[in-house]
Design a protein around this ligand. Structure first.
Ligand SMILES: NC(=O)c1ccc[n+]([C@@H]2O[C@H](COP(=O)([O-])OP(=O)(O)OC[C@H]3O[C@@H](n4cnc5c(N)ncnc54)[C@H](O)[C@@H]3O)[C@@H](O)[C@H]2O)c1
Length: 336
């Protein structure tokens, strides 16, 4: 089976994807710097699910569990990334590592520039050096900015970012496009729309809401809960990645050299309805404090997914009620 490097493998999407690909028999090498990660953090628990012990994780060292290897490594550490790519054959690289979260990018743009732009540049350059020319990378719905035309299509102009996070994702798309045209890379970018589900990030609304409901804490609902998000269930996201990856591996002649695809549910829900769905499945209520829209946030996201469906014959399909129930079940089970 193919050798696949997954950056950001201890993250929400990276872990769910890695678990799925390992089960299918692929050889996965996961990289992650485990940043902002105190003892007991979800990232260690996710790695635990993959068979790795917290005590065995040492920066720069390879640990193995069946078809899966993991190296704690920082993509901005070019000498380590060079050694890893030199020593590990790779058929396709899936780049998910990033500094995430739009709001923090307004106050601390430097860490976004470093991890998302310099980090991706290191990945692209090291891939060029070791002739790894198939890359799937994470972009984001945030590149669409505050755009009243909906649903968002991939050919919309994305020149009006409202956060530095969005700037880094748009920059990543341009970098990938240049590597395709200059060096013949097969680079496919996926614009994810608010992903949720089991193992969701602890800084995302889903986790914050579930934790607050469980602990009877009040919830700050920004934009008075009116913001619309095209919440997309994690299994639909990993399935989309897997199907595109398989096409790239097979050298399918219909795989474009460079392309961008929306990965969204195409069924936006207001934040307040999302919270109500979480409360329903948790069987508990909570107090809400309405707050204004936060800097860096947009009021709505809504994906047109015709393009990805034309390409892989699949588009996200999990309805919010089903997806939230599975996420709540995971959360309550974890908190037992
Ligand atoms: N989750 C979403 O709703 C969403 C939406 C749009 C785009 N995305 C993008 O999808 C990707 C995965 O998102 P996620 O939700 O799994 O985020 P995540 O934060 O859970 O995962 C990203 C991982 O990258 C790692 N990382 C960050 N900087 C690194 C560095 N310099 N070196 C090595 N590892 C580093 C982090 O430790 C983290 O584990 C990201 O690129 C994100 O921008 C996610």
């Amino acid at each position: 089976m193919e050798n696949i490097i997954v950056t950001g493998a201890a993250g929400f999407i990276g872990y769910n994807l890695t678990e799925k690909l390992v089960a299918k028999g692929y050889n996965i090498l996961g990289l992650d710097n485990l940043q902002d990660c105190p003892e007991g953090h979800l990232k260690f628990e996710r790695l635990g699910q993959l068979g790795f012990c917290r005590e065995d994780i040492i920066y720069g060292h390879t640990i193995k569990s069946g078809h899966c290897s993991f190296i704690k490594s920082d993509i901005t550490d070019i000498s380590l990334i060079d050694r890893i790519f030199k020593e590990n054959p790779c058929d396709i690289l899936i780049h998910l590592a990033a500094q995430t979260g739009v709001r923090q990018s307004v106050s601390q743009p430097d860490i976004y520039m470093k991890n998302n732009i310099n980090g991706f540049y290191n990945i692209l350059e090291t891939c060029r050096k070791y002739n790894i020319k198939k890359i799937l990378f994470a972009s984001s719905s945030s590149v669409y900015g505050e755009n009243p035309d909906m649903p968002y299509r991939e050919d919309f102009i994305t020149d009006n970012p409202v956060s530095m996070y969005a700037v880094t994702k748009k920059t990543n798309e341009l970098m990938a496009k240049a590597y395709s045209s200059l060096y013949g890379f097969n680079n496919i970018g996926l614009r994810f729309f608010t992903v949720y589900g089991p193992w969701v990030r602890s800084d995302m609304a889903a986790y914050i809401f579930m934790k607050a409901v469980l602990e009877n804490n009040t919830i700050n609902l920004y934009n008075n809960g009116f913001s619309l998000r095209d919440f997309t269930y994690i299994d639909d996201v990993t399935r989309s990645i897997e199907l595109i990856m398989e096409k790239m591996i097979q050298d399918d002649s219909r795989v474009p050299l460079y392309e961008l695809y929306n990965v969204g549910n195409s069924m936006p829900v207001t934040l307040v309805d999302y919270l109500n769905c979480i409360k329903k499945h948790m069987g508990k209520n909570t107090t809400i404090i309405n707050k204004p829209l936060q800097e860096g946030d947009v009021t709505a996201t809504y994906a047109n997914v015709d393009k990805i469906f034309d390409f892989i014959g699949f588009k996200p399909q999990t309805n919010i009620d089903t997806g939230v129930k599975k996420m709540v079940d995971w959360f309550l089970n974890m908190k037992k």
